[in-house]
Write a new protein. Structure first.
Length: 229
């Protein structure tokens, strides 16, 4: 499906998402896509699209009509001040991001659970997440929404703080052979400028990112809809 090709060429999580192509330097690589040699294959993406991308030579995406979508993975930046993550918080974040992805795909693109000859598999990571060290009196139940809103900071009690260049890495593979078909790496400046302190606001951010993916698919198929803001 050509629409999916454009998705992974233009996307970048968090993933396209109002990209600032003018950001200096290449995005930091997490290792999600593979070894350093894999990242060396990436080339600059088109204007307004993913900052870096790779497409298999001679790829025909028309054979892929259904998609497996792996659970999103979060990567902390190497220079993150604090690397501890409450496993339940991380699970909740992933579950809600995945839920929004499924909701965005519903009635538009078929998501399946099993491999097949016409099934492509999409893997997604949100990377370059930076967390400040929490104070001894920090409330551990606060949801770290800063992982998707790169300007959010939690203040003196510690929490999640973005670098202004939260990144996303994506790879699409053949679901039966696991052969890479498309890869993309992108970085963006925050699309949200407000502070958030509750779980609902994190879900709003996830919803935005998920709908943005579907919008790229719709645009590729010529479906007109209001832009995601």
């Amino acid at each position: 499906m050509k629409a999916l090709a454009k998705l992974l060429l233009v996307i970048g999580i968090s993933f396209v998402f109002t990209v600032s192509v003018a950001l200096a330097g290449d995005p930091p690589f997490s290792g999600f896509l593979g070894s350093p040699d894999v990242y060396k294959q990436l080339k600059p993406g088109p204007e307004g699209g993913a900052k870096l991308r790779w497409v298999k030579d001679g790829l025909d995406l028309g054979k892929y009509n259904r998609f497996m979508v792996d659970s999103v993975i979060f990567y902390l930046a190497d220079e993150s001040e604090y690397k501890g993550i409450d496993p339940q918080v991380l699970k909740d974040l992933a579950d809600n991001f995945n839920k929004e992805l499924v909701a965005a795909f519903k009635d538009k693109y078929t998501i399946v659970a099993d491999p097949g000859p016409d099934v492509a598999r999409i893997k997604i990571a949100i990377t370059n997440i930076k967390r400040s060290k929490p104070g001894v009196s920090a409330v551990t139940s606060i949801i770290p929404v800063g992982i998707v809103i790169s300007t959010v900071k939690r203040g003196a009690t510690g929490g999640w703080a973005g670098s202004g260049e939260t990144c996303a890495e994506l790879i699409m593979v053949d679901s039966e052979t696991n052969e890479p078909l498309v890869m993309a790496v992108d970085q963006q400046q925050a699309a949200f400028a407000s502070r958030f302190s509750n779980y609902g606001s994190a879900e709003d951010a996830f919803k935005f990112w998920s709908e943005r993916i579907v919008k790229v698919l719709d645009d590729a198929k010529g479906i007109k809809m209001e832009p995601v803001k």
